[in-house]
Write a protein that binds this ligand. Structure first.
Ligand code: PMP
Length: 373
C-alpha cells in the first residue's frame, strides 16, 4: 500500500529536469524555456514603487487587482478585438497555476483530455492530477496540430482539447484556418478548447490567432502569462480568460490554492501590459534571427528540421544517441520523448541563448552528429 495519493503516484518530475542534472556546470544550456532578456524597466519600477509605498504588502482581491484585470481587458480589446470585462479573468501565479485551476475545475475522474503529442509537459500531468486521462494526439509532419486528428480522437468521455500555438516544444504556429476549425470543433462537439497562448507575441511568419476570435467565449478557456510575453518568468504572473461561469468555478480552486497572485507581480504585470511594447518587438526580432541561424546550420549538419514559425524552440529529427552525445560534450538539449511518445527520435533545442553561445553549441552539435552517424 502506498502512503501517497494515486494521483501523485501517476505523475513524475519532468524529463527536462533530468537532462539538466546530467549536465556539467559549464554546459551550454539549450534546454531552457525562458527568454534571455530583462523584464521591462517600467514593470520593475512599478513593482518597486508599489513595494516602497506599502501598497504591495497585503492580499489583493482573490481574482487580482481590478486595475490589473482592466489592463488584461484592454490587452484583449487591442490585440484580439475582444470585448470582455474584468469578471472574465483571474490573475494567477503564472500560466502554470492558470493551467492547474483549469484542469481542476473541468476534469472529472474518467474524463479524457486531448493533448498534443509532442506537447508541453503540464497538460498530461495536470489532467492526471485531476483524475482524468490524457489522450495524446500526434502532430502533422510540420508539427502543427491537425483539426481532423483532434476530431477523430474525440470520444464520449472527452471534455476538452488543448491547443498551444505557437507551441512548446515545437515552435509550430497554427494557421488561421486551423484555429477557425478548432473553434468550430469546440462549438459543435460541446467541448472546451483550452488555448495556451503564452507564446502569443513570438510569431515570425504569419500572424497569431486565438479561437476566441471565432467562437463564443463559452467554448474556449485562454491561458496566458507575462513569462514569455514580457520575459518575466520569475515574476510568476499569468491569467485565465473565460466566460464568467467558468471563472467562478476556477476561482474556487484559485482561492484555496493560492488566495491571490503576488501583489508586487500584479503591479509589474499591469505596467508591462500598459507600457511600451518595444521589448516585445526586440525579442521577436532577435529570436527570428537566431531561428534562421539555428535552423540553417542544423540542416547543413544533415538534420531534418520543420521550420518553427514562432516561440523560441525548434525540433529537429535526430539520429540515435545524438542527445547523449551533445550532453556528453557539454550542450544541453532535451530529448523529444520528454514531451510525449511521439517526440521520440527528435529533440527540443531552445535558442533563448545569445548568438555567441549558440554558435559554439552548433559546432559542438555538428561534432556530436558526426560521432553518432
Ligand atoms: N504553457 C507553455 C506552453 C509553456 O511553455 C509554459 C512555460 N514553459 C507555460 C505554459 C507556463 O509558464 P509560466 O507558468 O511561467 O507562465
Amino acid at each position: 500500500m502506498s502512503d501517497f495519493s494515486n494521483r501523485v503516484n501517476e505523475i513524475s518530475i519532468s524529463g527536462i529536469r533530468e537532462v539538466f542534472e546530467a549536465a556539467g556546470e559549464d554546459a551550454i544550456n539549450l534546454g531552457l524555456g525562458q527568454p534571455d532578456f530583462a523584464a521591462p524597466e517600467h514593470a520593475q519600477e512599478a513593482a518597486a514603487s508599489a513595494i516602497t509605498a506599502g501598497k504591495a504588502d497585503g492580499y489583493t482581491q482573490n481574482s487580482g487587482m481590478e486595475s490589473l484585470r482592466e489592463a488584461i481587458v484592454d490587452k484583449y480589446a487591442q490585440d484580439q478585438n475582444l470585448s470582455i470585462t474584468p469578471e472574465n479573468t483571474i490573475a494567477t501565479a503564472g500560466g502554470s497555476e492558470a493551467l492547474h485551476i483549469f484542469f481542476q475545475a473541468h476534469v472529472n475522474p474518467g474524463d479524457e483530455v486531448l493533448v498534443p503529442d509532442p506537447g508541453f509537459v503540464s497538460y498530461a500531468a495536470l489532467t492526471k492530477l485531476a483524475g482524468g486521462t490524457p489522450v495524446p494526439v500526434p502532430l502533422r509532419d510540420d508539427l502543427t496540430l491537425s483539426p481532423q486528428a483532434v476530431e477523430s480522437a474525440i470520444s464520449p468521455d472527452t471534455v476538452a482539447f488543448v491547443l498551444n500555438s505557437p507551441g512548446n516544444p515545437t515552435g509550430a504556429v497554427s494557421s488561421q484556418a486551423d484555429i477557425e476549425a478548432f473553434a468550430a470543433i469546440a462549438e459543435s462537439h460541446d467541448l472546451v478548447c483550452l488555448s495556451d497562448e503564452v507564446y502569443e507575441y513570438t510569431v515570425f511568419d504569419g500572424s497569431f490567432h486565438s479561437p476566441t476570435e471565432f467562437t463564443e467565449l463559452e467554448n474556449v478557456v485562454v491561458i496566458n502569462s507575462t513569462s514569455k510575453l514580457f520575459s518575466m518568468t520569475g515574476w510568476r504572473l499569468g491569467w485565465v480568460l473565460a466566460s464568467t461561469d467558468r471563472i467562478e468555478k476556477m476561482l474556487r480552486v484559485h482561492q484555496y490554492a493560492q488566495a491571490c497572485a503576488a501583489a508586487p507581480s500584479q503591479y509589474a504585470a499591469e505596467a508591462a501590459l500598459r507600457g511600451s511594447r518595444d521589448i516585445v518587438n526586440e525579442m521577436t526580432t532577435t529570436f527570428q534571427t537566431r531561428r534562421d541561424m539555428v535552423v540553417s546550420r542544423l540542416r547543413e549538419i544533415g538534420m531534418e528540421v520543420p521550420t518553427p514559425k514562432g516561440a523560441f524552440y525548434c525540433m529537429p529529427v535526430v539520429p540515435d544517441g545524438f542527445v547523449d552525445a551533445c550532453i556528453d560534450r557539454g550542450v544541453i538539449i532535451v530529448p523529444g520523448e520528454a514531451f510525449g511518445a511521439e517526440g521520440a527520435g527528435s529533440a527540443r533545442i531552445s535558442y533563448a541563448t545569445d548568438t555567441g553561445q549558440l554558435t559554439t553549441a552548433l559546432d559542438i552539435m555538428a561534432d556530436a552528429y558526426e560521432a553518432v552517424t
